[in-house]
Design a protein around this ligand. Sequence first.
Ligand SMILES: [Zn+2]
Length: 124
Amino acid sequence: MSIVPVTICMQDRPDGPITELAVIGETIAPGLAITPGIQEDGSLHGGWTITHLLSGRMVFTTSVCLTCLRIAARKLTESDIDWTRTMESLVADPVVLPLVRAFAIAANACEGETCSVLTDQLVG
Ligand SMILES: [Zn+2]
């Protein structure tokens, strides 16, 4: 795990212009990093997400606290998937989508800025 510069690539619609944003991230596996979550208008939403480093694409775009994200990210990092592959290669791999879905379901358990998982850790 290390802090690295990350370029997030955002696109409002499939044929729309790509906006690149420079942020910092923490690598959690080769090819994947935790980064600040960015909303469509380019502002921070207060949560965290996972970004695929090669494509700059965020894997998940709703507000998730760091603790919940780290827990959910195990669904991705404990697999044998090579996340340094291109996004096209990953999307075409039938093993990847169920992993990303499992990650998204686990991350969706987060209650955002008022998340009790986070609060429990801060208090406890
Ligand atoms: Zn949470």
